[in-house]
Design a protein around this ligand. Structure first.
Ligand SMILES: NC(=O)c1ccc[n+]([C@@H]2O[C@H](COP(=O)([O-])OP(=O)(O)OC[C@H]3O[C@@H](n4cnc5c(N)ncnc54)[C@H](O)[C@@H]3O)[C@@H](O)[C@H]2O)c1
Length: 250
C-alpha cells in the first residue's frame, strides 16, 4: 500500500513524459508536489491537471544546470510546504548517439550538465531538508538502461547515466539510513524525448529485442517511482531498478 499523504515531493523534468506522469501519480496519492522544469507552459498544465484531480501542487521554474536556480527551487519548496521528503531527479536530455570521437565538448557539457551535474546540485541543495526530522528522506534518480550498458545512447548520454547510478550508490553509502536513495533504469518509453524516434521506427529494433515486445508508457515507470518512494520499499537502498521490459536480459 503506497502511503504518501502529506509527503512533499520535488520532481524535476516534471512538465513532460515520465516526470509528468510521476507528478500526476504522486498528486493522486495525496502528496504535495513541486513541479520543476524549464518549460513554463508545461509546468502550468501539470499543476492544473493535479488541481483538477483535487491534488496539491505548485509549479516552479528551475534549470537544474544553474546553481542559483537549483537553490531557488529548494527555497520555494520549503517556503511553501516546510520541507522536502522526496526528491525525484528526473530531468534529462538525450545526445545524438555520437561516439566519443564525434562528440563535441559543447554537446558533452550540455548532456552531462543536465543529466549528471543537475542531479548532484539539486541533491546537495536539498540535503539539509531531506535529512531533517525523524523520517528518512527519499531520493529517486532517473537513470536509464544506458546507465548499465554501452550503446543505449551516445558517449555523453551513456556516461551521464552510468554516473547517475554511481552517484545514487554513493548517496546511499554516505547518507543511509537517513536517506534512502535509488535509481530507475527505464528502457524505451514513449515521451517527448522519444516521440520522433518512435515515429521514425528507430525504436523497433530495440523493441524486437525486448521480452515485453513493446515500448513502455510513462505511467509504467511512474508506478515504480511511487513504489520506491513508499514505505513498501523500506529495505530497498542504493539500487538501480530496471524498468525495461526485460531488454537487459541479454
Ligand atoms: N524516454 C525514454 O525512453 C527514456 C529511457 C531511459 C531514461 N530516460 C530518462 O528519463 C528522464 C525523463 O525523460 P523523458 O523521457 O520523460 O523525456 P521528456 O523530454 O518528455 O521530459 C524531460 C523533461 O526534462 C526537462 N528538462 C530538460 N532540461 C532541463 C533542465 N536543464 N532543467 C529542468 N528541466 C529540464 C524538459 O523540459 C522536459 O520537460 C530523463 O532523465 C531521461 O534521460 C528516458
Amino acid at each position: 500500500m503506497v502511503e504518501l499523504t502529506d509527503s512533499v515531493v520535488v520532481i524535476t523534468g516534471a512538465a513532460s513524459g515520465m516526470g509528468r506522469s510521476m507528478a500526476l501519480e504522486f498528486g493522486h496519492e495525496g502528496a504535495s508536489v513541486v513541479v520543476v522544469d524549464v518549460d513554463e507552459d508545461g509546468i502550468d498544465d501539470v499543476v492544473e491537471d493535479i488541481d483538477d484531480e483535487g491534488g496539491e501542487a505548485i509549479g516552479v521554474y528551475g534549470d537544474v544546470t544553474d546553481p542559483d536556480s537549483v537553490e531557488a527551487v529548494v527555497e520555494r519548496a520549503v517556503d511553501e510546504y516546510g520541507t522536502i521528503d522526496v526528491l525525484v531527479n528526473n530531468a534529462g536530455i538525450l545526445d545524438d548517439y555520437a561516439p566519443i570521437g564525434e562528440t563535441s565538448i559543447d554537446d558533452w557539457n550540455a548532456v552531462i550538465g543536465v543529466n549528471l551535474d543537475g542531479v548532484f546540485m539539486l541533491t546537495k541543495a536539498a540535503l539539509p531538508d531531506l535529512l531533517e526530522g525523524d523520517d528518512e528522506g527519499v531520493v529517486i534518480n532517473t537513470a536509464s538502461i544506458a546507465g548499465k550498458v554501452a550503446g543505449g545512447g551516445g558517449a555523453a548520454y551513456t556516461t551521464s547515466k552510468h554516473g547517475v547510478i554511481g552517484f545514487t550508490k554513493q548517496l546511499s553509502h554516505d547518507y543511509g539510513p537517513e536517506i534512502r536513495a535509488n535509481a530507475i533504469c527505464p528502457g524505451a518509453v514513449e515521451t517527448g524525448m522519444t516521440e520522433a524516434l518512435i515515429e521514425a521506427g528507430e525504436v523497433e529494433p530495440m523493441v524486437a529485442d525486448t521480452p515485453a515486445g513493446r515500448h513502455a508508457q510513462p505511467e509504467e515507470v511512474a508506478a515504480v517511482a511511487l513504489f520506491l518512494a513508499s514505505d513498501d520499499a523500506s529495505f530497498v537502498h542504493g539500487t538501480a531498478v530496471d524498468v525495461d521490459g526485460g531488454w537487459l536480459v541479454d
